[in-house]
Design a protein around this ligand. Structure first.
Ligand code: SAH
Length: 267
């Protein structure tokens, strides 16, 4: 048995609640391509007991093949793709899952949480248009992988994690891997990080059932926020929130997704 926990931090299959049925736009074409990758990746999950992949060169080759597939699916932002090629995802998954690190799946991490599907990490990163110096707030540090991808594009990352053990281990992992430019806080993401606000980009990697007002407030004019919104166990909608120079907010759904829920109450 693989230890994959299906359905959290992944593009949702079509047909579930919340799925849009509009004619394919450019973005919808990417969504369909992403779904194609999901299907292909599911089909090539190695059989139970596949030998662990330890060799660095093998990891790199598999990572590059995965990023080639992500690019072919329609994620074009070159900074995002370069970051996805650079960050060793196998260092962020559980040791027993390293052989699965470059399959396009969400995987379990500690405390019943998940590291998101690589395609979705790439899509969300590209959506906020990362660039050196961009000030980004991430809600849901988890393993630290999404934060490391943002940092590899040169973003200055502020990441909040509600589970203390995960905040500590992500901070330690990022330090061990030499990732610079990420500040991890143990706290409740619903409150955001007011002392560091405003942020030019905000990413949520856990799903609230409605958009947290404090986070929209902490988005800078001209900023972009990407967030899965919806109920646990249902298909959620990955939303893009844009704030214009005058502070007006525009929201649009991008993709049907499934994420772990955003929780209340710091642990
Ligand atoms: N971005 C992570 C994946 C995160 S999974 C990665 O790359 O590995 C979602 C994470 O959100 C979990 O670790 C969960 O504990 C955290 N979380 C849930 N509710 C939260 C909240 N209110 N504030 C901050 N983090 C929260």
């Amino acid at each position: 048995m693989t230890r994959r926990r299906a359905g959290a931090g992944e593009v949702a299959r079509r047909g579930g609640a919340g799925t849009t049925r509009r004619p394919p736009t450019g973005r919808a074409r990417i969504a369909l391509a992403l779904l194609g990758i999901v299907a292909a990746a599911v089909a090539c999950v190695p059989p139970a007991g596949a030998p662990p992949v330890r060799d660095a060169a093998t990891h790199r080759a598999r990572r590059h093949a995965l990023v080639d597939a992500i690019a072919a699916a329609g994620v074009r932002d070159s900074a995002t793709l370069a970051a996805m090629r650079a960050v060793p995802r196998h260092e962020f998954v559980l040791p027993q899952d390293r052989a699965l690190a470059y399959e396009d799946h969400a995987l379990p991490i500690a405390e019943g949480q998940t590291i998101s599907q690589p395609t979705l990490v790439a899509f969300m990163t590209a959506t906020v248009r990362p660039r050196p110096g961009l000030k980004v707030l991430e809600i849901g540090t988890g393993s630290g992988y999404q934060a490391a991808v943002l940092a590899a594009t040169g973003c200055r990352v502020y990441s909040i994690e509600i589970i203390g053990a995960l905040a500590d281990s992500a901070r330690a992992r990022l330090g061990r891997l030499g990732v610079r430019g990420v500040a991890v806080r143990h706290g409740d993401g619903y409150l955001g990080w007011p002392e560091a606000a405003p942020f030019e980009a905000i990413l949520l990697t856990a799903a609230p059932d409605s958009m947290p007002a404090a986070l929209v407030e902490q988005l800078a004019p001209g900023g972009r926020m990407v967030a899965p919104v919806g109920l646990e166990h249902e298909v959620q909608s990955l939303m893009l929130i844009e704030k214009d120079a005058a502070g007006r907010v525009r929201r649009q759904p991008l993709l049907p997704v499934r994420f772990v829920p955003m929780r209340r109450g710091v642990r």
